[in-house]
Design a binder for this molecule. Structure first.
Ligand code: CP
Ligand code: NVA
Length: 307
């Protein structure tokens, strides 16, 4: 049983509950549980990573342990799905040992293929299309810092990548406005934008994709950026860095946003490229609270998916 969480669309109906649960789980850290057995007692979770990770790997292993379960990390060396092994075979095999799979992959289609073959829940730990665990953690952080989500404005400035796609869906589901500013050849995935616009009609969110970074930052509550070159795109580094320079988040960008705006970045960050150190190391930056919240949000994600 259980439920795959491969996209923000998989939490469309319970995103508010996931955030509420994350808040509760965060408040319980360090407190003695009154329950007889922890929620993931005797559960084993596979952490399957085709790409490097600091936050996702570390926060998932700590989350599983704090929930009373155990995890096994398999990194790029061992994984080699698609080369050494068909994704469907890997999904079937791991289902015989584990109770859930947390999977970071190059391609979204591999995640879907492995999840379809697996008989246990699969959680997307980032692929080329989405990073849902990041978006849930980020909404938890914004909710915490801004005292709510509905009607707030997130300006995403930079590459229309996996993180941007998941934030678009998350904001559209929850009723938060989001304006993306990216170069015209690096806009977010068109199907995701259409889906976000459709969801926004129901939630009342405003979703817009523009090319002018200052227009996006105008009156924003949150200014968000991510790397210009995602994992797997290393060959495009030189070309992308030239195109993206006008999208660098600087104190001038932050000055367009609300006076109490915060700066967010999923990390890892490159100071001097997508953001200046004055901003990411400045007083408006909440990137380390944001990174911490991955832990709390992923606990809620694990529980929701393994219910
Ligand atoms: N933000 C994030 O997912 O970081 P890692 O790539 O280090 O896991
Ligand atoms: N967009 C980045 C996010 C890293 C957490 C990447 O895919 O590399």
């Amino acid at each position: 049983m259980g439920k795959d969480i491969l996209s923000m669309l998989d939490v469309k109906d319970n995103l508010g509950a996931l955030i509420a649960d994350s808040i509760r789980l965060k408040s319980e850290v360090g407190k003695k549980s009154t329950k007889k057995s922890p929620p993931l007692a005797h559960k084993n979770i596979a952490l399957l990573f085709e790409k490097p990770s600091l936050r996702t790997k570390a926060s998932f292993s700590v989350a599983v342990e704090q929930l009373g379960g155990s995890s096994t990390y398999m990194g790029p060396e061992e994984v080699q799905i698609g080369k050494r092994e068909a994704p469907s075979d890997a999904g079937k095999v791991l289902s015989r040992y584990f109770d859930a799979i947390v999977y970071r992959a190059f391609s979204h289609s591999t995640v879907v293929e492995l999840a379809e073959a697996a008989s246990i829940p699969v959680i997307n730990a980032l692929d080329d299309l989405e990073h849902p665990c990041q978006a849930v953690g980020d909404l938890l952080t914004i909710n915490e810092k801004k005292g709510g989500l509905r009607g707030k404005k997130l300006a995403y400035i930079g590459d229309g990548n996996n993180v941007c796609n998941s934030l678009l869906l998350g904001c559209a589901i929850i009723g938060m406005d989001m304006m993306v500013a990216s170069p015209s050849n690096h806009k977010p995935n068109q199907d995701i934008v259409l889906k976000a616009e459709e969801l926004a009609k129901v939630s009342g969110a405003k979703i817009e994709v523009v090319t002018n970074p200052f227009k996006a930052a105008e009156d924003a509550d949150v200014v968000y950026t991510d790397v210009w070159v995602s994992m797997g795109q290393e060959a495009e580094k030189e070309a992308k860095e030239k195109v993206f320079m006008p999208y660098q988040v600087t104190p001038r960008t932050m000055a367009k946003a609300k006076a109490d705006a915060v700066f967010m970045h999923c990390l890892p960050a490159h100071r001097g490229l997508e953001v200046l150190s004055e901003v990411i190391d400045g007083e408006k930056s909440i990137v380390f609270d944001q990174a911490e919240n991955r832990l709390h949000a992923q606990k809620a994600i694990l529980l929701a998916s393994m219910q």
